[in-house]
Design a protein around this ligand. Structure first.
Ligand code: SF4
Length: 559
């Protein structure tokens, strides 16, 4: 969709922000504890508002409520993680607020005597980024400065790359072209790092000319929809921009801060503008910027507050950590040590079943860790086992899904996300009850009201019959295969413990990590288990045929 049709027919969430579309009847929410990160919801809905959520259990999914168009297409994902919430609004101001203090007046960069001052704004379509360029252009007009703006948008209204070229000049006639010439950008406002680091983005900036304000948040891109494990390479993307622009750049996770301060990621855009102004890098008056925000007419109070918040964080950098607060979902798995992973999973398995299961887990991981340590081969294998064995043991059956929905953390997550009285519906495909849909090629999910919560409580209390003859759910093909998978894996661990060398260590890590591919529920999980069976066989054969060298030879080869 091009800019003109986008302007004539803006997306539904933009119309809602302008008060030109009715509020949604219900919003979707993902219970992160139930989510397996399988990516089926992204596959089915093609929606960029489904974002990665890095947790202690690895990458899961969350809905960015600010960017959600509320068509509920994500519910087509085959899993019980989704609930719909009717009668609620997105919660604003979920965290700290910016103190009411006088902000120091910045010393603004002067417009060049001759020629334009160039500002490039990079972002992702559908996240409000075009508004930034339009507000800057309007503010220039109010200040009596010549301005030209050109938005170059990507393929899609949501998810496509957007680069706005804004050129300001004392004399409008000195702006020869709408596009910023190569390497002459004076100010980069990188609302999206990936677009700023792209060939088109880099072409505009230079270490000699360009000051940069960068939102370090990894915005989901189209690649994430296709690849559930998409590597955002946030660190390397950031360093590409840092190398290409003047040092030091101003860097902050504006997205996370906007969510914390305003409950709305759209606010990140005007926070970036506020920070650029406070740093003195925007040659426009505050009066003109505030007036331009008002004239823009969309979410005016929010944008005014966001502008001030951006000014505040740039003026008082030592206050940023306090405003950001601690992360709600604990450390991401990649940042956890082996000991932390084991302790975390042992607690989880105790809650899932009992201490006996947790002890069985600890003992298996300890055996592998000891064997790996004796070879001096680091802890990669032990980590793989610690993560993947726990995942297999705690397969999400009916008892577990019920437990995770009656856990107080679920209600706390809803309260952090929504305001107002809520009516919740669950979307499940219970075995024996759900009808098979020939068109979808999978069971059809049923919408069930909050009356199901007492049933969940009962099911959660019955979890100790899991796997016994009394476990009615345990007879379904999916549950049988999940239990078979545990046996296969435990057999694999015994094989690894007996035959591990430094030569076959990498193969052992690949084998131990294989359960990571088994994600999701129902048909999604069954398909993943088919793939697991094939790959497991291949890797097991490889492990067996790799020469088992004596420790001396083995070390010599590894060196
Ligand atoms: S389990 Fe899969 S389908 Fe369900 S929310 Fe998570 S990623 Fe989406």
């Amino acid at each position: 969709m091009d800019e003109i049709s986008l302007a004539l027919n803006p997306p539904r969430f933009v119309k809602r922000a302008r008060g030109k579309a009715p509020p949604p009847e219900a919003r979707a929410y993902i219970n992160p504890a139930v989510c397996e990160g399988c990516g089926d919801c992204s596959d089915q809905s093609n929606c960029i508002a489904i974002e990665p959520l890095e947790t202690e259990f690895g990458r899961k999914r969350a809905i960015n409520q600010s960017a959600c168009n509320v068509d509920l297409s994500c519910l087509k994902g085959f899993c019980p993680s989704f609930v719909t919430v009717a009668g609620a609004t997105i919660r604003k101001k979920i965290g700290a607020s910016v103190p009411d203090v006088t902000l120091p007046e910045p010393t603004l960069v002067a417009l060049p005597e001759a020629g334009p001052y160039n500002i490039a704004v990079t972002g992702v379509g559908g996240t409000g980024v075009l508004t930034v360029a339009h507000i800057i252009g309007m503010a220039a007009h109010i200040d009596g400065i010549g301005a030209q703006a050109l938005d170059i948008t990507g393929l899609a209204q949501k998810g496509g790359a957007v680069i706005s070229h804004v050129r300001l000049a004392r004399k409008p006639e000195t702006i020869a072209a709408q596009r910023i010439p190569s390497g002459t950008t004076d100010l980069l406002l990188a609302a999206d790092m990936v677009v700023a680091a792209s060939a088109e983005g880099r072409h505009l900036i230079s270490a000699a000319h360009t000051r940069a304000v960068i939102d370090t948040h990894a915005t989901p891109v189209a690649g994430f929809i296709r690849d559930r494990d998409f590597d955002f390479r946030a660190g390397s993307t950031l360093s590409i921009i840092e190398r290409a622009a003047q040092k030091p750049a101003y860097e902050l996770d504006f997205h996370r801060l906007a969510l914390r301060l305003f409950g709305d990621t759209i606010a990140a855009n005007l926070m970036i503008v506020g920070a650029a102004y406070q740093l003195g890098w925007l040659p426009l008056s505050e009066m003109a910027l505030l007036r331009a925000i008002e004239l823009n007419g969309v979410a005016v109070p929010l944008n005014l507050e966001a502008f001030r918040a951006g000014r505040y964080v740039a003026a008082f950098p030592d206050q940023v950590e306090a405003l950001l607060g601690k992360r709600e979902h604990g450390p991401a798995l990649a940042n956890m040590t082996l000991a932390e992973i084991i302790a975390h999973r042992a607690r989880h398995l105790t809650a899932y079943q009992d201490r006996g299961l947790a002890e069985r887990y600890r003992a298996a991981v300890a055996r592998i860790a000891e064997r790996e340590k004796s070879l001096g081969a680091g802890d990669q294998l032990a980590r793989a086992v610690a993560i993947n064995y726990a995942k297999l043991l705690a397969y999400k059956d009916e008892y577990e899904v019920a437990r995770l929905f009656v856990d107080p953390a679920f209600q706390a997550g809803l309260s952090e996300t929504f305001d107002g009285s809520r009516s919740i519906s669950f979307h499940l495909a219970p075995p024996l009850l759900a009808r098979f849909d020939r068109n979808l090629g999978r069971p059809r999910k049923m919408k069930l009201g909050a009356w199901i919560l007492p049933v969940f409580r009962l099911l959660a209390s019955l979890r100790r019959i899991r796997g016994t003859a009394l476990d009615l759910f345990g007879w379904t093909p999916e549950r049988r295969r999940e239990r078979a998978l545990i046996k296969t894996y435990e057999g694999g661990l015994a094989m690894i413990a007996a035959g591990l060398t430094r030569t076959n260590h990498a193969c052992a890590v690949a084998l131990a990590s294989l359960p990571d591919q088994v994600r999701g529920f129902g048909p999604v999980k069954m398909k993943a288990m088919d793939r697991f069976d094939r790959d497991w066989q291949t890797l097991e054969n490889q492990f067996r045929v790799q020469p088992s060298l004596s420790p001396g030879n083995d070390n010599a080869r590894a060196a």
